[in-house]
Design a protein around this ligand. Structure first.
Ligand code: BG6
Length: 488
């Protein structure tokens, strides 16, 4: 049984409560925390949306969505039903004047003294308006917090406007910018692996590491989000946030403590040292792709243009070679890759070590050591080492994984990233949330690449749905005498 740290009683207001993220992720995550006894009974979750619902009908909606998104959560039906007693609904039109927020204000005033959290699970276009209204309606008390989801803007300028607008009401210490990848178990484990094991740190540099690969492959297409996605593309949707955050955690210097600012300052240094890609390098260092029709998991899948209903240049795949220009990492390539409609859902970080200086067992007899951190599916860590194959008759070397797969080792249910992150918000722990200057630095790097692509022009390379992306992605590494680490 996993242990957990209790949190204080809270009122959590979820804006966009009838939306996909809230029903698919937030309410199931809260249900799990409730069932584990982590949520104190005085707590309330207040769903807010424009729909004409009342608390009874909203509870019904949450109950129904549980069947869809957390079908195995409830062993004890009575306890699950009790969860719904903590759920309420308030109808608010976010763009309406503050005077119309009275109902929500009355509800919240009943909960004075509790931690108060506003979770904006809405379109980013509403972030600033909602923050302003909360301020005008007197709801943004000095201890209340705001949580915002990505995308925070679509470039540096728009991100700044959003952060300024929110910052006028909530100071930085009360602003929680979610990147849900930071809530994933393996991602946190990366910090533990690096900084709780003396063995790892001396090996963690250009002296022993040949290169790093970060892959986030998805088998899904754009589903119901064509409108958003087509204006965004893979660089804005995945690289500017999730992949860069993973890169930061691989590359950061040991922070002085686990204090939120200690970690975030180290991440910022990595982002500042990340080499920008300009127009003259764009062709050699990046690949943009877009999926065509193909087979995913044996099932026919449509091409991107067909899914969004028009031909566009939006990239659904991107592969990038970049470097972190500091003493630890100079000369070590970081290869990043993400795409939709690939052959399988697989996210992992591969740290590949250098070859031994002299191949005394014969050239190519021993594979390079690799540390593979699997985020999903089958979360876990494997260290690939070379061992002698047992038996007489010659010395044969085989690479074998030292396996730290959590499910077998620790037999616990993997909590969803949102479970951890929501409880961190209640506790006021900002370690796993992005600071404003990190968001700025990540956008500044992404903006440079977007400008380079604009200058170069051209269409994304086609790839068949269900494949590993365009062939140019393999060539990106092949040119350096390397290859993506893809399971057979
Ligand atoms: C979101 C992106 O941030 O992350 C989606 O907007 C993507 O396009 C999703 O599908 C992937 O998250 P996960 O946790 O399923 O890997």
């Amino acid at each position: 049984m996993a242990e957990f740290i209790p949190v204080p009683a809270f009122d959590l207001v979820v804006f966009g409560a009838t939306g996909d993220l809230a029903l698919r992720k937030l309410f199931p995550a809260l249900l799990h925390r409730f069932l584990d006894g982590q949520i104190p009974p005085q707590s309330r979750i207040i769903g807010v949306a424009r729909s004409e619902l009342d608390t009874g009908r909203f509870r019904q909606l949450v109950h129904e969505s549980r069947g869809k998104f957390a079908p195995n959560a409830c062993v004890d039906e009575a306890k699950c039903a009790d969860f719904l007693n903590h759920v309420e609904y308030a109808r608010v039109d976010a763009s309406a004047p503050a005077s119309e927020w009275r109902g929500l204000a009355d509800t919240l005033n009943d909960g004075a003294g509790k931690a108060r959290i506003f979770y904006l699970s809405t379109a980013p276009g509403l972030f600033v308006t909602i923050a302003q209204r909360l301020g005008e309606a007197g709801l943004a008390t000095p201890t209340s917090r705001i949580v915002v989801e990505k995308p925070i803007g679509r470039d540096l300028a728009s991100a700044r406007a959003i952060n300024d607008g929110i910052g006028a009401v909530f100071d930085e210490g009360r602003t929680f910018r979610i990147d849900h990848y930071l809530g994933k178990e393996t991602v946190q484990n990366l910090l533990v692996l690096r900084f709780a094991n003396m063995l790892v740190e001396p090996l963690w540099s250009r002296a022993t590491i040949d290169h790093v690969q970060i892959t986030v492959a998805e088998d899904l297409g754009v589903e119901g989000r064509a409108d958003y996605y087509d204006k965004s593309g893979a660089l804005r949707d995945m690289v500017q946030n999730h992949l860069l955050q993973l890169l930061c955690l691989v590359a950061l210097e040991p922070p002085n403590s686990m204090d939120a600012d200690a970690i975030r300052t180290e991440k910022l240094k990595v982002l500042s040292a990340l080499r920008r890609i300009d127009a003259k390098d764009a062709a050699a260092k990046t690949v943009r792709g877009q999926y065509r029709a193909g087979l995913v998991g044996g099932q026919p899948a449509r091409g991107y243009a067909d899914e969004v209903g028009k031909a566009t240049r939006t990239e659904t795949f991107v592969a990038i070679k970049t470097e972190v220009d500091n003493w630890r990492w100079a000369g070590v390539p970081f290869y990043l890759r993400t795409g939709k409609r690939m052959g399988e859902r697989r996210s992992e970080i591969v740290v590949q070590f250098k070859d031994t200086p002299v191949p005394i067992f014969g050239a190519g007899a021993a594979a390079p050591n690799r540390l593979v951190l699997r985020l999903q599916p089958d979360e876990g860590v494997r260290l690939w080492l070379n061992m002698k194959e047992p038996g007489p008759g010659g010395l044969r070397i085989k690479a074998a994984p030292l396996d730290l797969t959590f499910a077998e080792e620790f037999s616990v249910r993997y909590p969803d990233a949102y479970e951890r992150l929501l409880m961190d918000v209640v506790r006021g722990n900002l370690s796993l949330f992005m600071r404003r200057d990190e968001v700025d630095a990540a956008w500044s790097w992404a903006d440079a690449l977007l400008a380079a692509w604009d200058a170069v022009g051209g269409d994304p390379q086609p790839y068949a749905a269900g494949s590993n992306g365009p062939t140019q992605s393999a060539l990106l590494l092949d040119r350096d005498g390397r290859a993506w680490w893809d399971p057979e």
